[in-house]
Write a protein that binds this ligand. Structure first.
Ligand code: NDP
Ligand code: MG
Length: 378
């Protein structure tokens, strides 16, 4: 078996873990790499992984590379990385830009390994319809969705209920009245996972779990009413599936993203992986709690955007990108993230579901979110 990977977003937390799997498996190779701003790391990766194409999407100057490598720069170059010889496109960028990459990969008829949840949050209907029409498989990489897929025996249907687990994030035990005092440093201290900054803050607000409900809705054609969230602080069970006879299948392992990443690349095979084995006796207990929806209003905002449908989830995502960015720069309080999102959702006018309309919604919502963040901010 050999597999050629187009890796979109190679410099991030997921992208670097994809490359660590490539390094350990000589039958995997990289045909293209993209980064946004991290020129230095991209140039190191080009030397080490020897792609045919390399793109720096957030800069005017392409990366330095040996003459045999095609190099590009600018936002439009992301599509150059979806090369004809790629067997799989691994979308590991963060944010709305993932949608563009996913749609281009599907258009080219490529299997997609999808870490970028925003593509489904914003454009789930378009992505899934286009993938179906093109006969393209979207392989989930997000740990909860990979767990559901694994528990279903790599199928997408045949369940009664999906039970997504949430670690509860760093503020699981905080009181509601304490929430407004938390800083970026507090929010970035995730108890179980080491991830990019945006998703780490989204775990602290629980917006991430709302995104994951939307993601599961699209990946498994599951109505929101059949998706439940339970807080499980140990993050050992990555999610569960309940069948008609009330039997429940859980997927478990130590929390390590290399498991769903490698599986997305080796599927339908499972290959050995160098992560610790599960020691249930040492662990001794697994706990479960309800999600405190009053303390984490971002979760309900995501569910409300899902129920509104159309471009509302795109507005939700754009507002969250702006609000989290302002929070990380200490220009907005932690609890004001939800206020910015709510304000933008309330002002969003419904559009049709085309990529162009979503791009427009993304731009308008960012502007609205910046205004709200300036007004509510410090
Ligand atoms: P990071 O912030 O660590 O990495 C983001 C990557 O995307 C970097 O390569 C970055 O480039 C690139 N990028 C950022 N903005 C743009 C843009 N506008 N256009 C093109 N490329 C861009 O994020 P993560 O790796 O943590 O997350 C990636 C995705 O996977 C997210 O959607 C996240 O929700 C999802 N995910 C992540 C998990 C994790 O464990 N990290 C778990 C489950 C899902 P550069 O660094 O060069 O600027
Ligand atoms: Mg997840």
């Amino acid at each position: 078996m050999t597999k050629k990977i187009a890796l979109i977003g190679s410099t991030g937390s997921i992208g670097r873990q994809v490359l660590s799997i490539v390094k350990e498996n000589p039958w995997l190779s990289v045909v293209s790499l993209t980064a946004h701003t991290n020129r230095e790391l991209l140039e190191e990766q080009i030397i080490e992984y020897n792609p045919r194409v390399a793109c720096l999407t957030g800069c005017d100057q392409p990366p330095a590379a040996p003459k045999v490598v095609e190099v590009y720069s600018g936002a439009d170059s992301i599509e150059r990385a979806i090369t004809a010889d790629a067997d799989i496109v691994f979308v590991a960028v963060t944010g709305f830009c993932g949608l563009r990459a996913v749609l281009a990969a599907i258009e080219a008829g490529k299997t997609v390994a999808l870490a970028n949840k925003e593509a489904l949050v914003c454009g789930g209907e378009i992505v899934m319809a286009k993938a179906k029409a093109k006969g393209v498989e979207i392989i989930p990489v997000d740990s909860e969705h990979s767990a559901v897929w694994q528990a279903l025996g790599f199928k997408r249907q045949g369940f009664k209920r999906l039970i997504l687990t949430a670690s509860g994030g760093p503020f699981r035990q905080a009181k509601t009245c304490e929430m407004r005092h938390f800083t970026a440093k507090d929010a970035l201290a995730h108890p179980n996972w080491s991830m990019g900054e945006k998703i780490t803050v989204d775990c602290a607000t629980m917006l991430n779990k709302g995104f994951e409900v939307i993601e599961a809705h699209h990946l498994f054609s599951a109505p929101a009413s059949s998706i439940e969230v339970v807080v499980h602080p140990q993050s050992i069970i990555h999610s569960m599936v309940e069948f008609d006879d009330n039997s429940v299948m859980a997927e478990m392992s130590v929390p390590d993203m290399r498991q769903p990443i490698q599986l997305a690349l080796t599927y339908p095979e499972r290959l050995p992986l160098n992560i610790p084995t599960l020691d249930l006796v040492k662990l001794s207990r697994l706990e479960f709690f309800p999600l405190d929806r009053e303390k984490f209003p971002c979760f309900d905002l995501a569910l409300s955007a899902l129920s509104t449908g159309a471009n509302a989830p795109t507005a939700l995502n754009a507002a969250s990108e702006v609000a989290v960015n302002a929070f990380l720069k200490d220009r907005l309080g932690f609890t004001d993230i939800a206020r910015v999102i709510e304000e933008v959702l309330n002002k969003t006018e419904r559009t049709e579901m085309t990529y162009a309309a979503l791009e427009y919604t993304d731009a308008v919502s960012r502007r609205l979110a910046m205004q709200a963040a300036d007004r509510l901010g410090k």
